[in-house]
Design a protein. Structure first.
Length: 391
């Protein structure tokens, strides 16, 4: 293919058509694939032939999705999983062993926090949380056992941003594997591998699907690391279903236009919220008031679709605000066509202690808005009436 634009190249990658030559590729809804003879079967298992064998580890729909994501992220290789958390766990488990240590940004998705603090210690994998705001402190947390750095940028739910160029250089200097959860930005906004990340990881459930239909996860990056993750997943089984891969792959074709619209609407929402006297700490990467505005401008093409802010009045007001919404949906997801509002303190991050929540800026009044694809004016009108009615 001679086209150079990643979106064009991604759209034009396609799994094989059936003899009917359908335009949208078929869903290869099958557990296994047939061999012509014993020799072909032997050669496939010996990796001498590149062809699907068994859908736990090879399926044309899953391969199409992975190939498309690799082009969009500028990655050598990738592997797709049943959910975002399966991708996070497979990455940690495949690349770290007993005794190893992970350096993680403090502000991470609630289940990732639980994985680091409750699950991995049972396998003798330890962690330190580091502050994205205090980069000078990072070197002091690196030990001879540190293997990997894990960050989200922007973070969920606080919408903090870390300087990826700084982080890439830091990882190189200390010989650490850098893994970036690129879920909030997606590759059309930010390509962490260009800044030195070894792996870029996604909950495909979010913007990659974009319509709140299916779960999925994907990790892309250096071939030799992906080989380890592939081996781990092949033998432990967190496979992405071919149907989900088919949907996710079709959704990638519209990712760029969707992210532009999400980002434009979220910026308008953030600007509106900054005008309100009963709201503080509005966080959106491309608001000049964001503490990492200059960094965000350097590494992000648009700001993404998520805005965080704090309503005055704590938990009671936060929940009253959610109850007063008329259009936006209350649901445990983000990155949908429909705008979604959540209250992290009482939901996704409720398993943390209050002290842990406050350390990453999750105040009792923190609200997260995922701006959907409705008209920005309608999203703002709903937020405005709910703020007014919940006072
Ligand atoms: C930043 C981030 N990473 C990982 C995940 C986990 O993804 P999943 O729900 O697909 O397992 C989420 C889910 O909200 C997330 O927001």
């Amino acid at each position: 293919m001679t086209e150079t634009d990643p979106q064009t190249r991604s759209i034009r990658i396609q799994a094989d058509r059936s003899p009917h030559k359908e335009h949208a590729v078929p869903v290869y809804l099958t557990s296994s694939f047939v061999f012509d003879d014993a020799e072909e079967m032997r050669a496939a298992f010996a990796d001498e032939l590149e062809r699907p064998i068994y859908s736990r580890f090879t399926n044309p729909n899953v391969s199409e999705l992975v190939d498309r994501m690799c082009v969009m992220e500028g990655a050598e290789a990738g592997h797709a999983t049943a959910s975002g958390m399966a991708a996070v766990f497979a990455t940690f488990a495949a690349l770290c062993g007993a005794g190893d240590h992970i350096l993680s940004g403090r502000d991470v998705f609630g289940a990732t926090h639980t994985l680091l603090t409750k699950v991995l210690p049972r396998f003798h994998i330890s962690h330190s949380f580091v502050d994205l705001e205090d980069l000078d402190s990072w070197a002091g947390h690196v030990t001879s056992k540190t293997k990997l750095i894990y960050v989200e940028t922007p973070t969920n739910p606080g919408v903090d941003v870390i300087d990826l160029a700084w982080l890439g250089a830091f990882a190189r200097e200390h010989g650490l594997i850098l893994v970036v959860d690129n879920c909030f930005a997606t590759p059309v906004i930010q390509r962490p591998i260009e800044f030195g990340a070894h792996l870029s990881l996604h909950s495909a459930t979010k913007y990659i699907d974009g319509q709140g239909r299916v779960l999925g996860g994907i990790v892309v990056g250096e071939q030799k690391l992906i080989d380890e993750i592939y081996t781990f997943c092949r033998s432990t089984g967190p496979a992405l279903s071919s149907f989900n891969a088919w949907l996710l792959s079709r959704s990638l074709e519209t990712l760029e236009v969707r992210m532009q619209r999400h980002s434009e609407s979220a910026l308008e929402v953030a600007r509106f919220l900054e005008t309100r006297g009963d709201v503080s700490g509005v966080r959106f990467p491309l608001l000049p008031s964001h503490p990492r505005y200059e960094v965000a401008r350097k590494q992000m093409r648009w700001g993404g679709g998520i805005v965080a802010f704090t309503v005055t009045g704590g938990t009671r007001r936060g929940q009253a605000f959610l109850d007063a919404l008329r259009m936006c949906t209350l649901t445990a997801n983000l990155g949908d066509t429909r705008s979604i509002v959540t209250h992290p303190d009482s939901t996704t991050h409720a398993k943390m202690t209050e002290e842990e929540r406050l350390a990453i800026g999750i105040t009792p009044g923190l609200v997260r808005v995922s701006a959907g694809l409705e008209a920005a004016a309608d999203i703002i009108a709903d937020l405005e009436q709910a703020l007014d009615r919940s006072r």
